[in-house]
Design a protein around this ligand. Structure first.
Ligand SMILES: [Zn+2]
Length: 66
């Protein structure tokens, strides 16, 4: 997703809660920035934040299976 689109999304979304289900690569002038953007609310995540989020989700899933 382009960084400009993300800004528009973010402004439109406001402060509503979002569980950031789908993260897309962030682009600036067709160049990947290395960061990720939530396709729903436009919030930006760094690569390590995204990795932490995926790890957390896996742990939560494992816990709920116990
Ligand atoms: Zn989100």
């Amino acid at each position: 997703m382009n960084i400009k689109t993300a800004t528009v999304l973010k402004n439109a979304w406001g402060d509503k809660p979002c569980d950031h289900e789908t993260l897309e690569k962030e682009y600036f002038n067709d160049m990947a920035t290395g960061d990720y953007i939530c396709t729903r609310c436009g919030e930006a995540f760094t690569k390590s934040e995204r990795a932490d989020k995926i790890k957390q989700e896996q742990e939560d899933k494992e816990k709920s299976q116990e």
